[in-house]
Design a protein around this ligand. Structure first.
Ligand code: NAP
Length: 286
């Protein structure tokens, strides 16, 4: 089993004493991902842990792990989170939020530092381009908007039809694309958009996992010209990339924000469990 890659020492190691047999350690899992749910369930099943699973509250009927306490809603920034960690007597934090949930991750790093608690970030690997793919990597969502504007201008000069874009960046990012008046957008999200949107928009409400047959049919039915996606990684939403490859469609791939400096990273649930089992401290509560 591979030890998680260390990006520094700020949050690594056992700061509050060794592991005590028979003492349950209290872990806060910042969730919102399949990995977060599976980690929480794995720890509950393993025993020796009190698991508190936290969600932002963006989705009305969220998927939650079985048999563990769930809390919903923001903490009120890093100070609020630090107070929560003290009040709830948390021993260790796992940031298992989405790779693009940069504010929560930054807040977790600051609060971990302020409280002296160990923090592990569980991050699934990003996607890799494969033969047959035509990906255009961009560093941020605004850069994707710029590239899409260029792309649709070029397409418009070739044909007098509006380019058709499959946008899978999520409803909260739709507003960034609202200034693009020419393309027609197909957007997919779990909840309907509630902010500004591009003028030519069709919304599909759906929840992962998606398969290649379904994604291919969706791209064909809507005569999509280009796919725009965040580099979320994982298997749940990867089928659209296979479908785009099969249909020779270009993909605008938005890079992840970097993790906060110094935070310890685990790429898999097994790595996270191994680290937690061997490194997480206990505050000595029974
Ligand atoms: P964000 O911009 O980093 O978070 C915004 C604020 O929401 C945070 O500052 C925090 O509020 C609160 N928050 C976020 N995650 C939380 C959690 N797990 N528990 C409690 N509060 C949380 O993140 P986001 O993009 O809004 O994502 C929100 C949630 O949706 C995350 O759990 C993430 O895993 C999930 N998600 C995000 C994406 C995406 O593309 N961004 C995709 C799928 C799922 P306070 O500052 O008040 O503490």
């Amino acid at each position: 089993m591979r030890h998680p890659r260390s990006r520094g020492t700020a949050s690594s190691g056992n700061r509050r004493g060794g592991r005590a047999t028979g003492v349950r350690r209290q872990v806060l899992v910042l969730g919102g991902t399949g990995e977060g749910r599976r980690l929480a369930s794995t720890l509950v099943a393993a025993g020796g842990w009190r698991v508190l699973y936290s969600l932002a509250g963006r989705v009305r009927e969220p998927a939650v792990p079985v048999s563990c306490a769930v809390r919903v809603g923001g903490f009120g920034g890093p100070e609020g989170l630090a107070a929560f960690l003290r009040d709830e007597r948390i021993d260790v934090i796992v940031d298992a939020t989405h790779p693009f949930a940069a504010r929560m991750s930054a807040s977790a790093a600051t609060a971990a530092s302020a409280t002296g608690l160990p923090l592990l970030m569980l991050r699934r690997p990003g996607w890799r381009e494969q033969p047959g793919d035509t990906w255009h990597r961009v560093r941020s969502l605004p850069a994707a908007v710029d590239l899409l504007a260029d792309f649709t201008t070029a397409a418009a000069s070739q044909a007098d039809v509006a380019p058709r874009v499959f946008l899978t960046t999520g409803r909260t990012d739709l507003a960034l694309f609202a200034s693009l008046h020419r393309p027609w957008f197909l957007s997919r999200s779990v909840e309907p958009p509630d902010g500004p949107t591009p003028p030519h928009l069709t919304v599909v409400l759906d929840r992962a996992p998606f398969d290649v047959a379904g994604e291919t049919e969706l791209l064909r039915r809507h005569a999509i010209d280009v796919v725009v996606t965040k580099d979320s990684g994982g298997t749940m939403t990867a089928a659209k990339l296979t479908a785009a490859r099969d249909l020779s469609l270009p993909v605008i791939m938005i890079d992840r924000p970097p993790p906060p400096p110094g935070v310890l990273l685990a790429a898999t649930i097994d790595d996270a469990v191994t680290w937690l089992t061997t490194h997480a401290p206990t505050s000595g509560r029974g």
